[in-house]
Design a protein around this ligand. Structure first.
Ligand code: CS2
Length: 489
């Protein structure tokens, strides 16, 4: 085995069994993707490669790292954009090589190249996976957060933007004759409309006519994206090298399951993603809500409880019988009743499929990865369901336990005393509020509920909500494992 040799296009002739799409001609670039992380490479990139393999079209992808990750850019460039996907099923592993990525750029270093791409009329879609915090959104208004330091920077230097709204507005200004479609692929409710609002509010602050034009002339379809994609580990590099007999510095691990539901609104055209199994629909909202609450909501619940109880990965956590019962009941009794799904959608089958996906022992999805950025995730994933339960006068103790687990998680150590880092754009404020409040449940609760960018006033001031979370905080005070057992009953 010659794993000294890097994956490259010349090597592909010896890799025919591993090519995602054997019939292939390299397409020109038609998509710029902001946020070239593992999720994009195991999700939209694969759908696009399969669509192009089946129906053609110049839909090659230019991937952009917004964090100046030059090492990633250079590693992918050294492999001519090729990378492998290591699909880890419970019983089998499959390694394939993806070819759709044609170029990788790193901001701020490749600013000129990026804006040249964005000005090119052949680029008809700009898609994004930048996580919740990448939207720089004011949680209270839904507009761009005018107090965000990077937004302040971008408003002062609109030709040198750092943020997503800044980049989109600078690029769209040059595309008045032929705007590209902007495609959010992040886990936000109404992600297309949310992105339109931050983009337009940013544009309005620079040039109201431009804001008005973007609001009416640019399409921002919504999507629901789903695939569990952990961070790359050494074992993924070993799997790729063993299967391919070539070294891949950046393989992506993922589960076999994937789903993409897309609002079909692409005035400038799109790849035939349906050939790869995507569902093109007129209304994504019910799918987004079900996925955000059922999957992401329970993922966050599992992550915070596990960080306290000492389960390192999701599969280890869900194999614990009390945890399984708790998450099963959270979905069945507290989340499913908040959804309004089309009659053809079997919510109980969806629940069972999620529980089996979590139990996949091959994936090793680390709870610490999911626990990141709680301040951005919790409103999207948990608070909406809780508000609906309160409105309906229905109990939500298990969802309250998830909120309480996050509040305790912020103290920075597990029940056994081992420390972990809080990674969150609001980490400094959150950890100082928690430290100043001390361990008493009521004080911790009041301190955190004061954060309006997370908890809207109506919820924060609701006594039913306060009592449910306080009870859960008291239960966790006796240890997360005992709280899990108590709430699983
Ligand atoms: C996870 C998601 O990291 C997280 O917060 O909940 O990335 C999740 O794995 C994906 O949304 C699955 O589609």
């Amino acid at each position: 085995m010659n794993t000294e040799s890097r994956l490259c296009r010349k090597a592909l002739t010896s890799l025919t069994d591993h090519l995602l799409s054997p019939a292939w001609r390299d397409p020109d670039i038609g998509i710029v993707h902001l946020g070239i992380g593992n999720f994009h490479r195991a999700h939209q990139a694969i759908y696009t490669e399969e669509a192009v393999a089946g129906a053609g079209g110049e839909w090659g992808i230019c991937g952009v790292t917004l964090q100046g990750d030059v090492a990633k850019r250079d590693a992918l460039a050294a492999q001519e954009g090729l990378y492998s996907v290591v699909e880890r099923g419970p019983d089998a592993e499959r390694v394939t090589v993806v070819r759709i990525l044609r170029e990788v750029l790193a901001l701020p270093y490749d600013r000129a190249a990026l804006f040249a791409r964005l000005a090119d009329p052949r680029v008809r879609i700009v898609s994004l996976t930048v996580t919740e915090k990448g939207y720089c959104r004011d949680g209270k208004t839904g507009d761009v957060d005018f107090g965000h330091p990077d937004i302040i920077h971008d408003l002062a230097h609109p030709a040198e933007p750092k943020t997503v709204p800044g980049i989109l507005v600078a690029a769209l200004r040059e595309r008045r004759d032929n705007p590209f479609t902007v495609l959010s692929c992040d886990n936000l409710m109404h992600n297309g409309a949310a992105l339109r609002q931050v983009t337009c509010s940013f544009a309005n602050a620079i040039d109201p006519a431009l804001g008005e034009w973007i609001a009416t002339a640019v399409a921002f379809p919504s999507t629901m994206v789903d695939r569990i994609v952990p961070a790359t580990s050494d074992s993924d590099r070993v799997s790729a090298a063993t299967a391919l007999a070539h070294a891949d510095a950046l393989p992506v691990p993922c589960e076999p399951f994937r789903q993409w539901v897309i609002e079909d609104c692409f005035p400038a055209g799109r790849p035939e993603w349906e050939l790869a199994g995507a569902q093109l629909v007129s209304d994504v909202a019910p799918f987004e809500l079900a996925k955000l609450r059922m999957l992401n909501g329970t993922h966050s619940a599992l992550a915070y409880l596990s960080m306290l109880a000492g389960f390192e990965t999701i599969d280890a956590a869900i194999r614990e019988p009390d945890m399984h019962r708790l998450i099963h009941s959270m979905m069945t009794y507290e989340i499913i009743p908040t959804l309004a799904m089309p009659a053809s959608f079997d919510t109980l089958a969806y629940r069972d499929a999620l529980l089996s996906r979590y139990a996949n022992p091959a994936l090793k999805h680390r709870c610490a990865q999911i626990a990141m950025d709680g301040s951005q995730k919790i409103p999207q994933r948990l608070l909406g369901a809780i508000a609906t339960r309160i409105e309906a006068g229905q109990p939500f103790a298990r969802l309250a336990l998830a909120i309480a687990a996050w509040m305790v998680f912020l103290r920075g150590h597990a029940d056994d005393g081992s420390h972990y880092e809080i990674k969150d754009p609001l980490a400094d404020r959150l950890t100082s509020l928690v430290a100043a409040a001390g361990p008493l449940p009521e004080k911790r609760l009041n301190a955190l509920l004061s954060m309006r960018e997370i908890f809207p006033a109506e919820l924060a001031e609701n006594l039913v909500f306060q009592h449910a979370v306080t009870d859960a905080l008291v239960a966790i005070g006796h240890g997360a494992r005992s709280a899990i057992a108590q709430y699983a009953r």
